[in-house]
Design a protein around this ligand. Sequence first.
Ligand code: NAP
Length: 322
Amino acid sequence: MKAIVYHGYGSPDILRCEDVAAPVPGDDEVLIKVRAASVNPLDWHFLRGTPYIGRVQFGLRKPKSTRLGADVAGQVETVGKNVTGLKVGDEVFGACRGAFAESVCVSESDVVLKPEALTFEQAASVPIAGLTALQALRDKGRLQPGQTVLINGAGGGVGTFAVQIAKSLGADVTGVCGPRNVERVRSIGADWVIDYTREDFTQSGQHYDLILDCVGNHSLSACRRALNPRGIYIIIGAPDGRWISPLPRVLQALVLSRLGSQSLTPFLARRNQKDLILLRDLMAAGKVTPVIDRCYKLEEVPDAIRYLAEGHARGKVIVSLG
Ligand SMILES: NC(=O)c1ccc[n+]([C@@H]2O[C@H](COP(=O)([O-])OP(=O)(O)OC[C@H]3O[C@@H](n4cnc5c(N)ncnc54)[C@H](OP(=O)(O)O)[C@@H]3O)[C@@H](O)[C@H]2O)c1
């Protein structure tokens, strides 16, 4: 089968679309024929091996795993002997490692059935970005109906899910994005949209119960100014750094948090089948609709990653295998 592989750290130029042996599912796994995958900043970090501190885990000199792609949607082709909840032919989506390929093996517990009304491309856009937005708003942010939330980076993969999920939780939602995304962010339900080229949300005098920061382009003290006295600031994304970023910002947030009544906290999403089911239900109810920016072919994954790395995606970037 064809798969995107990399054997050392570097730019998207080093990625190759090669013939590799088809994977064989373990007892608790299913083999999925990949119909679509989505691209995440995570792929870019794995490819570059940055921040370097992460190489302790990914592989010091070269990547331990030569495959990329963490979000998948496709059809079950083979099931392991312990798998009880899925059968051959089922259409599923979920989280995996190595989704930029014609087939991939995943644990039964990492995927859920895809609703018929959803395309494979839409389904593949959900796992990382959708889980991040849901878990950050609901669990870390404890967002309640009527509360005010600001989403910085509202036009991107996580941001477009966060706007819709925050609305579904009954919040008053402000999205911050660039001029190209203003209409899009409004159309998915934001009550207020701030174009960051015209207005700095930390200088506006408005205060929010929760700030979900997918960008990290303001100082923490500036972000605190835009929070209510008992407000919560969640670090989802931070500016790229080669060595240990975003650790300094995270440590600073933890220290500042101890000094006052506001809470400043980092967040890392976790795979969770129940939450994937909840996202599926929100989509089936029409409360969340994935926003897709562009679709690329499997052999175009280097271009897809280059585009995402420019930092101005409008929703999710997809790899479609047809
Ligand atoms: N903590 C976790 O578990 C977790 C999970 C997933 C992702 N992340 C991180 O979260 C961040 C966002 O991920 P993503 O998948 O949403 O990335 P993405 O799809 O590339 O979106 C980034 C968005 O940021 C916007 N942006 C750029 N500069 C901005 C600015 N100055 N102000 C406001 N918005 C700005 C861009 O839109 P415009 O064109 O409008 O500028 C773009 O839509 C990344 O750093 C990623 O590594 C963390």
